[in-house]
Design a protein around this ligand. Sequence first.
Ligand code: GCW
Length: 715
Amino acid sequence: MKKSKIGCILGLLWIALAAQAESGADLWLRYQALPEATAQQYTQALKTILIAGSDELQQAAGNEVQKGFRGLTGQNLSAARRIGDGTLVIGTTEDRVIADLKLDGLDDLDEEGYVLRTVAVRGGKATVVVGTTSAGALYGSFDLLRRMQSGAAIDALDVREEPAFRLRLLNHWDNLNGSVERGYAGHSIFWNREESFEELKAHYLTYARANASVGINGTVLNNVNASPEVLSADYLQQVRQFADLFRPYNLKVYLSVNFASPAVLGGLENSDPMNEEVQQWWKDKADEIYSMIPDFGGFLVKANSEGQPGPMDYGRTHQDGANMLARALQSHNGVVMWRAFVYEPDNDDRAKQAYMEFMPFDGKFEDNVVVQVKNGPIDFQPREPFSPLFGAMQKSPVMLEFQITQEYLGHSTHLAYLSTLWKEVLDADTWAKGPGSTVAKATDGSLFGQKLTAIAGVANIGRVENWTSHHLIQSNWYAFGRLAWDHQLSSDGIANEWIKMTFNHDPSFVSTLSDLMMRSREAVVDYMTPLGLHHLMGWDHHYGPEPWTDHEWAREDWLPRYYHRASEDGIGFDRSSSGSDAVSQYFSPLKEIYNNPATCPENLLLWFHHLPWDYRLQNGHTLWDALVYRYYHGVEEARYFQQAWDRLEGSIDEPRFRDIQYTFKVQTREAIWWRDALVLYFQTYSGLPIPAELERPIHDLDELKELQFDKKHHN
Ligand code: GCW
């Protein structure tokens, strides 16, 4: 073949590879070449690499650093036998070369913690990444890479890091038939795939690396609405394959289990937790699992919730059910995450139920049980107050469940950077032990001393090439992991590092995009559910506005409409002491603050109060006007995002630019859809005009009520 032809083929190959690299498939681990000057800092600081230990975690860490360094700087790190100037040493305190360095400040370092340090050695400086275990060394290596990916200095490092929560988990709501409940990025990456495991290995390794890079150390592979089948021998074999592949990345596997498994899968007469045969079945099942997967994480359980089976089917309690499973896992160090997502349709206030149902069991669970509580008392709404169980349950470990997938925030079509939502919850003060008793402290062990601490996020991941469908919401997977590791990080700090890793370092691009991200969740709140409103979407798809939905189960006297309670006299759900009294589940002075409309934070006003349309807000606006202004503001924000993004053309690669441009366009259109639907619908009760200076709605109400049917099957 002629040289020019080979050149041409190579050229085409390069273009093909480059195009592939811009699909978003590599997430934030792209390791694209850095600007010359930045790269030079790193090639000066790091020349050789020495992996102190030999286990697979350290090997994984070493491979990642090599790969990253090569991509970022164009140079290889050569293997060193001993430490000299420019050596990067990765290992644990147990490893000889590291022990010989006699580093201080490593006492009491958490088993997953790490230290990054620049140390003086003969002839110059070396860089050390050290953990008490290889897991720490792995996380430290990703930290070092992150610094390089975002252009930070690495020549005088003195970093000590420990995770805030012991278990940092993704929950996949993936069904064994391959569908994903509330998943908007294609089918399950795990189940019912046509390709062989072998063919998918590289893909799964990206998944494991991405998780390790942000410190996520566990993954629940199947939906909480669990099929008993997942515990069958066939499926356990598949679970074992995942566990083996993920192990070098310190990523443990967990399963959601169906409480009726002993009867349905095991053929027992029932699944009563007091039945000794049932107890034995679970013990045997646990033994079987651990014989295949010695480091299996444990079970996640949704019981007696939304039709799932549970101990109450047999007149038993959450305590009986959770403890039976806990005993089966105890000798293997497995945990039970028992969900507190419970509500009865005929309860007068759904928001109160989890607290009422779970508080009696505080302190009554086995040590390896943690109660998994959604961040808000209802269900992952764009804004809710925090669940009153945080701070109130003090004798049993309680963990936060966040939702990364945007079930109620525009699926994967709308940009909602959720770090700001999660920070709002983590930083919220429960007042459980006076001021400063934040939700974070109530769950991370610092307030109540729990040993078992955990946090979970419901994944937004699917089979699409870029994992999350909307490129920009890859950031939510990233941010969840970063906050699970350190809840004190700032949302804009996380956004900035993610942007630099995922796109580029161009200051105006970074600042524009991070500004959009930081404003995005509030914009969604504004055009969907401002001022504490909630649950205004269609009841099944949870996508578009359907405030007119009748909840068949709601009692006549609660109508009109269970959640927003709009009527001629006003709007909002009265949860004050004169209403459902949900406020009383919070500590003083928060309950008094919430109880009084004058002191209740405006962004939760209609969550806690039913107020007349002419009620005056702090700024003098009537409630009606304030509500309308918020809806319009949400649309203005969406328009702004669209225009600001348009102006970024040329700043990043074309394929991702165009994809994102398209989503902003759809988001704007749908923000208007939400605004018009809600404003016009509420207007039928308020009878008041839209302030004259605002544009007129684009749709009419009847048209919008029709539109819901088209949108129902949107995803
Ligand atoms: O928000 C609701 C969802 C269900 C989900 C449930 C839960 C997995 O609409 O799809 O089921 O919460 O969290 O269990």
